[in-house]
Design a protein around this ligand. Structure first.
Ligand code: ADP
Ligand code: MG
Length: 303
């Protein structure tokens, strides 16, 4: 019987092809599907209809994207990721991990609660509160970074250096996520991206930005990161605090040289990272998923 995996993605691209190849090397056929194609169907025993699977279910699900939409559409798409594990289908990353990391406020709260160094951060719906905070931080000699709550790839970030820089709340979906700017000055921008899987740091790079936003999608250059046990340990601690199976962790040194965690991505891209490390990252993730979740799970299901 063919062993089948679903890769949920609306844009398979290079990452999709890398994963499909890595699954094939392990004897699994991987199909690309969109979460928008799944249906609730209570005439089936499982209650879920996945295109191309009839009444059957895949052996595992690798999530590469949850498309945005109305609150109702996103809720339905997440329902499938909640339900599949209840039906014995392992989902990588688990939906709880995805929900936590898509929401930057929750990521920051959980890092803070776990005692993991992360820059001072404030999240509010109130424009007057955001303005007062910005004025206070400026008076202390700081800038603030304003981020979309659901942002990614460095899109929509603003550095605020004056109260006049604060945009109206509507521009940020009514939520101000504000964080103290801890980066360097012109020309010395860099941060780190560490990939953690199965509890261990597996690959690391330094990203040197063309601006203070050091995302690869914003043109940052990738270099192998020097081996640094503190960097690895902090990334591993952050992923544990968010209870993720794997993640891409963004870290930066503050002006005092202390490492801080900026972000933990549950659906990270790894093309830039792959360009500076030897190990095949797709294979590393696929092996981690199959060995720790799918194979153990199917044995349990047969028992
Ligand atoms: N508080 C901060 N201080 C300095 N630079 C920051 C700060 N927050 C983010 N950045 C820069 O912006 C980039 C994108 O921020 P991040 O929080 O990772 O959002 P995204 O989800 O868009 O990647 C980071 O990799 C870093 O280079
Ligand atoms: Mg990031």
């Amino acid at each position: 019987m063919t062993r089948r995996i679903v890769i949920f993605t609306d844009d398979p691209g290079w990452h999709g092809r890398q994963l499909k190849r890595a699954f094939a090397r392990r004897g699994y056929a991987a199909d690309y599907l969109s979460l928008t194609d799944c249906r609730v169907d209570l005439s089936q025993a499982s209650g879920v209809a996945i295109p191309g699977f009839g009444h059957a279910l895949p052996d595992g699900v690798f999530v590469r994207g949850v498309p945005g939409g109305t609150l109702e559409q996103v809720t339905l798409r997440l329902d499938f990721l909640h339900l599949l594990p209840l039906l014995g289908v392992p989902v990588y990353n688990p939906v709880r991990a995805i929900e936590k990391s898509v929401d930057k406020a929750m990521t920051s709260l959980l890092l803070h609660r776990a005692g993991i160094p992360t820059p001072p951060t404030w999240v509010t719906e109130s424009e007057s509160h955001a303005r007062a905070l910005l004025m206070r931080e400026i008076a202390l000699g700081h800038n603030l970074v304003l981020k979309p709550l659901f942002g990614s790839q460095g899109k929509g970030l603003m550095r605020l250096a004056s109260p006049a820089d604060l945009p109206p709340g509507e521009a940020y979906q009514g939520v101000y996520y504000l964080q103290r700017y801890i980066g360097g000055e012109t020309g010395s921008w860099e941060d780190y991206r560490i990939l953690v899987a199965g509890g261990k740091s597996r690959a690391a790079m330094t990203r040197k930005g063309t601006s203070w936003i050091n995302n690869v999608a914003q043109g940052a250059a990738c270099r192998p990161a020097p081996a640094d046990p503190e960097l690895s340990r902090l990334a591993e601690d952050a992923v544990r605090a968010l209870d993720m199976e794997y993640a891409g962790v963004d870290l930066m040194r503050d002006p005092e040289g202390r490492l801080c965690v900026l972000e933990v991505n549950s659906i990270p891209a790894w093309r830039g990272l792959q360009s500076v490390v030897q190990d095949n990252i797709a294979a590393l993730l696929v092996n981690d998923f199959l060995d720790r979740h799918v194979i153990g799970e199917s044995r349990e299901r047969c028992a």
